[in-house]
Design a protein around this ligand. Structure first.
Ligand code: UD1
Length: 455
């Protein structure tokens, strides 16, 4: 694990942090393969808690959040085997702990996805309440009020959500209208409803492709879910679910990030193993801005941008509108566009953290509440910047790819949560990027040699 003998050092070692060093200016050329969708893999892994039989999932991305989710499942008592790197065989036959502890929930909010399956199958669940996070307060009140509609008793005890099913241990179906579209809220209630008594209707449900993917898996397990992908989902509860085998859909946000990378660097990328039909709003917005995006076949895109890009306004909203998870990457593109664009963030209240880092690199961005005005084109220059959340870090990598000189991105653990080997994928198509591993000691940071990984 360590790159040199620790005995050479006399300080107190307190951790290892990774950074990216990027030298901008290289157009990207070549072929890149898209990994499985983290946001689909996480609920599908949680769904394995609904059955004592084995659920086999393929195309699981090799990212930090998946490792966290795996740890959560194992802590709960499930067995997780990985016969191949991207295949997980999950068996939750002997569950003894019905709890997601704070140590895991604080690093990954999606741990709350354990609530629905545990409550539905075992009639009890305890999950630490996620606190605030970098992109806003992000409550889970809609998950909890949904469980109450299913007849569960939900209490907050010492920072934990403690939920119990009615006396006979089984949830009752309900008619739930979400006052706000919530992705993991829809997933949590959909999973809980599969084993509830009666037929549940979820209204104003999220319509993301990840919801459809989860419903597909649940139906393979024997559930009766209808309408996933529309705003009304009906789930007829069954007595028990069984094992299943399922392949996770490609990551649409990783796909969008590489489309922007090709356009920004004036390169040409073939993006394979993707699902263009899952990112129509992104593709049409980028085409309007002048990016050439050709669909070579249903799973491959060819992207170039010979004429540069024009400014274009965008507003984020739940699927099928422009995703909030692509907002930061789009903002970087707009710094290079001809003219002024307005980006409105409607999903999260505090999701412009990347803007101040981009300003430090020379971008002209003014933030006013939920609106960002970007003036372009502005040449960017390399700087030391700090990643604040997953998608913000992707935007800083993109900015580094076109900045003059060297960009050093700190706290890349954020990007490792959701992008599989992004530096190796970029390196393979011509970017000058390396991972620097540093030892943090009490009071000092000492750099170690670059880590070079292949795809
Ligand atoms: C999921 C995605 C995340 C994406 C987000 C929006 C996963 C693991 N993460 O997050 O990448 O950015 O969808 O597309 O799939 N809200 C409430 N009460 C609730 C739940 C949500 O007020 O009980 C609010 C949130 O604060 C936010 C909005 O609803 O303003 C949407 O959040 P939600 O869709 O729940 O996001 P996540 O599922 O956490």
């Amino acid at each position: 694990m360590f790159l040199f003998p620790l005995s050479r050092f006399s300080f107190n070692l307190s951790g290892i942090v990774d950074k990216f060093r990027i030298v901008g200016g290289q157009p990207l050329h070549g072929r890149v393969s898209i990994s499985g969708a983290k946001n689909s893999a996480l609920p599908c892994m949680a769904a394995a808690l609904l059955t004592p039989e084995t659920v086999t999932l393929h195309n699981i991305p090799y990212v930090r959040d998946i490792i966290t989710q795996r740890r959560l499942l194992e802590d709960i008592g499930a067995t997780v085997l990985t016969p191949e790197l991207r295949t997980h065989k999950i068996t939750a036959s002997h569950v003894e702990v019905f709890e997601a502890p704070y140590e895991l929930v604080k690093t990954m909010r999606a741990s709350v996805l354990a609530l629905g399956p545990l409550l539905a199958r075992f009639g009890k669940a305890k999950v630490s309440l996620p606190g605030g996070c970098a992109i806003g307060t992000r409550p889970i009140d809609l998950h909890l009020s949904g469980f109450e509609k299913f007849g569960a008793n939900v209490k907050l005890e010492a920072g934990n959500v403690v939920a119990r099913a009615p006396a006979d241990g089984r949830l009752c179906a309900a008619d739930v209208h979400f006052s706000k579209v919530t992705v993991t809220g829809t997933e949590n209630l959909m999973m809980a409803a599969t084993l509830a008594r009666g037929t549940t209707t979820l209204r104003n449900a999220a319509r993301e492709p990840e919801i459809v993917d989860l419903a597909d898996l649940l139906n393979k397990m024997g559930a009766r879910v209808n309408g996933a992908g529309t705003e009304t989902i009906q789930i007829e509860g069954v007595e028990a679910l069984g094992g299943a085998e399922h392949t996770i859909i490609p990551d649409r946000i990783e796909t969008g990030t590489f489309i922007v990378a090709a356009a920004l660097t004036c390169g040409e990328l073939e993006i394979k193993d993707c699902r263009p039909d899952h990112l129509e709003s992104v593709i049409s917005q980028l085409r309007r801005a002048g990016v050439l995006i050709q669909e070579l076949n249903p799973n491959t895109l060819q992207v170039s941008c010979p004429q540069g890009v024009n400014a274009g306004d965008v507003s984020t909203a739940p699927y099928p509108a422009f995703p909030t998870d692509m907002q930061a990457q789009y903002m970087v593109l707009m710094t290079q566009a001809r003219g002024r664009s307005e980006i409105i963030e409607t999903v999260f209240e505090n999701r412009f953290m990347h803007a101040s880092e981009l300003q430090r690199m020379g971008a002209q961005i003014q933030i006013d509440g939920r609106s960002a005005i970007v003036d372009g084109p502005t040449p960017l220059t390399g700087a030391r910047v700090i990643a604040s959340d997953l998608r913000a870090s992707a935007s800083l990598v993109l900015a580094g790819l076109i900045a003059k000189g060297e960009t050093m991105i700190d706290r890349v653990y954020h990007i490792d949560r959701g992008y599989e080997k992004i530096e190796a994928k970029l390196l393979a198509v011509g970017a000058e990027i390396e991972r620097i591993r540093a030892l943090v000691t009490t009071g000092q940071l000492q750099e170690v040699q670059p880590i070079v990984e292949t795809v």
